[in-house]
Design a protein around this ligand. Structure first.
Ligand SMILES: Nc1ncnc2c1ncn2[C@@H]1O[C@H](COP(=O)(O)OP(=O)(O)OP(=O)(O)O)[C@@H](O)[C@H]1O
Length: 257
């Protein structure tokens, strides 16, 4: 499985230009960038929710056919940044909606669909919310429900828009560890993030966007540097290496006052 984005132009008034990258099974690509740099626009265009203005998106070498909605829904999952719940569906029902592309028209979810939805709720630590109306859970809990719904699709590619933005410290780590585990079993992940540390710790590659243009693409340690953080966010930061007990070393980013 390989998703290739070539010279993509998109957005409102063509703000996003010349974006190229390739995402393969098993990889996590992190997409940091300042507010308004075009991250959500890029994800929505790759998903076919916004029309591309130029360039192309290829899956396994073939141009992606955005009219094949069922195939797309079986292949690509999406966790949006904001979701305004229209109806007070139960949390379990929202997760089961992720099974729709795998069911025939008008069919009800089967026992195995229910078992999968419940397992995902357990994996994400929100099994106790199963019966709660989706409109009456917290922002972070809703984010976890949306992740469960996207995973219920059993996609081969998962696009997430700031998946850890509303999560507490423990749940951020839990979600990122889950994504790492899923990637290790073959899922391809593209996620936007406002946390350079998350890109340093979890990304196989990083795509940096600024003002709709790619200003860096490659291994996290090469792309996320003190210089690029200063250029991108106008923040002086130090990147330090931390020795992990028996698990090599990690780099983290500390803003300087
Ligand atoms: N519906 C819209 N209509 C017109 N312009 C829009 C719309 N949505 C976003 N934009 C503009 O497109 C540009 C990119 O927005 P986008 O949401 O992709 O940024 P982002 O990098 O995801 O930002 P953030 O980090 O704040 O979520 C911004 O200048 C934004 O104002």
């Amino acid at each position: 499985m390989k998703l290739e984005v070539k010279e993509l132009a998109c957005g409102y008034g063509g703000r996003v230009q010349g974006v190229s990258f390739a995402l393969e099974a098993g990889e996590i690509i992190c997409l940091p960038g300042p507010n308004g740099s075009g991250k959500t626009t890029l994800l929505k265009t790759v998903l076919g929710l916004l029309p591309p203005l130029g360039g192309e998106v290829r899956l396994n070498g073939k141009r992606l056919n955005y009219r094949a909605r069922r195939f797309l829904a079986q292949t690509m999952g999406y966790v949006p940044q904001n979701h305004i719940p229209p109806f007070p569906f139960r949390v379990l029902e929202v997760v089961l909606m992720g099974r729709t592309p795998h069911l025939s028209a008008l069919a009800s979810p089967r026992d195995e669909d229910l078992a999968l939805a419940r397992r995902l709720l357990r994996d994400l630590g929100i099994a106790h919310l199963e019966e709660r109306p989706y409109t009456e859970v917290s922002g972070g809990e809703r984010q976890l429900v949306l992740i469960a719904r996207a995973l219920a699709q059993c996609p081969r590619i998962l696009l997430l828009d700031e998946p850890t933005a509303s999560l507490d410290f423990g749940n951020q780590f839990m979600v990122l560890q889950n994504l790492r585990r899923l990637a290790a079993s073959g899922l391809a992940v593209l996620m936007t993030t406002h946390f350079p540390d998350h890109a340093l710790l979890y990304g196989h590659r990083v795509l940096l966007l600024r003002g709709g243009e790619v200003v860096g693409y490659g291994p996290p340690g090469e792309v996320i540097t003190e210089e690029s953080l200063a250029r991108l966010y106008r923040v002086k930061a130090r990147i330090v290496r931390v020795q992990l007990d028996g698990a090599g070393e990690a780099r983290i980013c500390i803003p300087l006052m």
